[in-house]
Write a protein that binds this ligand. Structure first.
Ligand code: BG6
Length: 484
C-alpha cells in the first residue's frame, strides 16, 4: 500500500522547461506519485511551459508517455492517469521574448500557493526571474525552485544569487540538491540527533576518520558536453558530497528548522581547510567491456576532465581537528554504492591475546542501494576453544525493518517539491551555503589547472585509480570495498 499522507494546500506549480528531460523523468512522474499517495489536493494544478509549440492536449500526451515510462509501480488504481492529466495546462513561452508571459499570468489563480520550477540551465535563471516579476506573475508570496548546477564557480554563483535576489527574497528561493531529499540523508540527522547513543562519540576523540563514497556504474555517455565543463568535482563534490559531509560533521542545530540546520552546515563549510594537490586524486575512465572511454564520450579528444575524484578533507574545528574526512566519487566503477562510514578508533587497550586484529567499530549509513544502517561490532566467536573474537554487522535494512513503508517511499524530487509547496526550506541550499562551497572548491580546481594536471587513467568496473587507494594507505587506512 502507498503510505497515505495529509494533502498539502492547493497550488499552481509552473514548470518552465516542462517538456525537458528532468520534467519527463523526475518532476512529472513524481507529482503523479504524490497524487496517488493522496498528498496532492484536488485543486492542485501543474502548468507546463517551454518553447515547444504545444497546446494543453499536446502536453498531456507528452506527460502520458512520460508516466508510462517513468512513473513506475504506484498502485494508483484505474483512472489515476486521466485524473492527473486533467490537472495539467500548458503555455508556450519565449524566455527572451514576449511570447506567452501574459497567457501564463492569465492561467494562474490568485488564491492558491504559486511556485515556479526553473527546470532549465542556469544561464536562463536571471531572465526568467526578471520576466516573472516584471509581468507580475510572481509576488512576495510566490516560490521559485532552481536546479543544480548553481553556477560554475564562486563568481558565477554570486551573479546568479544577485539576479535571483533582485526579484525574490531568499525565503522564496528553493535551490535543489536532490541528495538532501534522499531518505537516508535525513535519517542521518535522525540517527545523530534522535539518539543519545551516538552523539557523545561523534568527535575526533572517538572517530578515527570518516569515508564518504558515491560510486556509480554509469558513464557520462550522452552528457559529455555538460560533463566536460563540470567534472566530478563540480558535478558531485561541490554539492552532493559536500551536503553529506556537512550533515555528518555539523553541530546539533537548536531545532530542526531551515535556518537552524543551514547555519550549522555553513559553519562546517567555512571550517574546511584548503586541500593541497597531494591530497587530491583525479581519474578518468578508460574504455572497457562494451563501453567507450571517457574521451570518446567527451566533445574534446584531449579532455583533462575527471570522472573520478578522491580527496582528503579536514574540518578545522574543535570537534573534528585530527579526524580526516575522505571523499570519493566516480563514474564507471564496480558498483552503485553511496555510503557514509564513520570509522571509530580502536579500543585503547586490548585485554585479549592472540591473533585477533582489532579493526574498530564502523557505523555505515547506506544511501543506496538498499538503504539502511550497519554497525560493525566485535563479539566472541561462538563455541568452545577459548576466547576468540570475530566481527559481525548489526544490520538494519530499512526495507526489512519498515516493510512497505519503504517500498513506496517518495523519491528525492517528490519529497522536495512537496516541501516547496509546504514552504519548508530545510532541505534546500541557502545562497550563502552555495557560495561558501564554491569558495572552498575553486582554489582546489585552480591548483590542478595551474599545474596542468592530467587525471590518471583507471579501468572501468573497479574502484578507481590506484592512487586513490594510496591516499588512504599512506595514512595507514583503507577504503571500504565498493561492492558490485
Ligand atoms: C546528478 C549528477 O546531480 O547526480 C549526475 O549530475 C549523477 O552526474 C547524479 O549521476 C547521481 O544521482 P543519484 O541520485 O543517482 O545518486
Amino acid at each position: 500500500m502507498v503510505a497515505k499522507t495529509i494533502p498539502v494546500d492547493p497550488f499552481d506549480l509552473v514548470i518552465i522547461g516542462g517538456t525537458g528531460d528532468l520534467a519527463r523523468r523526475k518532476i512529472l512522474p513524481g507529482l503523479f506519485r504524490r497524487m496517488c499517495a493522496g498528498q496532492m489536493p484536488d485543486e492542485a494544478r501543474v502548468i507546463g511551459a517551454s518553447r515547444s509549440d504545444l497546446d494543453a492536449d499536446g502536453f498531456r500526451d507528452f506527460v502520458r508517455e512520460a508516466l508510462e515510462e517513468f512513473a513506475g509501480e504506484t498502485q494508483c488504481g484505474d483512472g489515476a492517469v486521466d485524473q492527473f492529466l486533467a490537472k495539467l495546462d500548458y503555455v508556450s513561452l519565449d524566455v527572451f521574448g514576449d511570447k506567452g508571459w501574459k497567457e501564463l499570468k492569465a492561467s494562474l489563480r490568485p488564491d492558491v500557493i504559486r511556485a515556479v520550477y526553473f527546470s532549465v540551465g542556469p544561464s536562463l535563471f536571471g531572465e526568467i526571474a526578471r520576466k516573472l516579476s516584471g509581468h507580475g506573475i510572481t509576488d512576495e508570496h510566490s516560490r521559485i525552485v532552481v536546479e543544480k548546477p548553481f553556477g560554475h564557480d564562486l563568481d558565477s554563483a554570486k551573479v546568479l544569487n544577485a539576479e535571483l535576489r533582485a526579484c525574490f527574497d531568499e525565503h522564496q528561493i528553493y535551490r535543489i540538491d536532490h541528495y538532501l531529499g534522499k531518505e537516508t540523508v535525513q535519517n542521518l540527522m535522525a540517527v545523530r540527533f534522535g539518539n543519545a547513543l551516538f552523539e557523545p562519540l561523534w568527535n575526533a576523540q572517538h572517530v578515527d576518520h570518516v569515508q564518504i563514497t558515491v560510486a556509480e556504474t554509469v558513464s557520462v555517455a550522452g552528457r559529455g558536453g555538460y560533463y566536460d565543463k563540470s567534472g566530478a568535482m563540480r558535478d558531485m563534490v561541490q554539492n552532493h558530497l559536500m551536503q553529506l559531509l556537512c550533515l555528518s560533521a555539523m553541530e546539533p542545530p537548536a531545532k530542526y528548522g531551515a535556518d537552524a540546520v543551514r547555519d550549522e552546515k555553513l559553519k562546517v563549510i567555512r571550517a574546511l581547510e584548503p586541500v593541497s594537490p597531494a591530497e587530491v586524486v583525479r581519474g578518468q575512465y578508460n574504455a572497457g567491456g562494451d563501453v567507450d572511454s571517457y574521451v570518446a564520450h567527451s566533445e574534446d579528444p584531449n579532455s583533462k576532465t575527471e570522472s573520478f575524484i578522491a580527496l582528503k578533507v579536514k574540518v578545522a574545528n574543535w570537534r573534528w581537528a585530527s579526524t580526516p574526512f575522505y571523499l570519493r566519487t566516480g563514474k564507471r566503477l564496480r558498483g552503485r554504492m553511496s555510503e557514509i562510514a564513520i570509522v571509530f578508533k580502536d579500543p585503547p587497550h586490548s585485554i585479549f591475546e592472540g591473533e585477533f586484529k582489532r579493526k574498530g567499530n564502523v557505523l555505515v549509513i547506506r544511501l543506496q542501494p538498499d538503504e539502511g544502517i550497519t554497525l560493525r561490532v566485535t563479539i566472541k566467536e561462538p563455541g568452545p576453544g577459548g576466547m576468540r573474537l570475530t566481527e559481525v554487522p548489526l544490520d538494519m535494512s530499512f526495507a526489512e525493518a519498515l516493510g512497505d513503508q519503504v517500498s513506496f517511499m517518495p523519491d528525492a524530487y517528490e519529497r522536495l517539491i512537496m516541501d516547496v509547496i509546504r514552504g519548508d526550506q530545510t532541505l534546500f541550499m541557502r545562497g550563502d551555503e552555495v557560495e561558501a562551497a564554491w569558495a572552498w572548491v575553486d582554489p582546489i580546481i585552480q591548483a590542478w589547472q595551474d599545474a596542468g594536471d592530467t587525471p590518471v587513467a583507471y579501468d572501468p568496473g573497479g574502484a578507481g585509480p590506484d592512487d586513490s587507494l594510496m591516499l588512504l594507505h599512506k595514512d595507514g587506512r583503507r577504503w571500504r570495498e565498493i561492492k558490485p
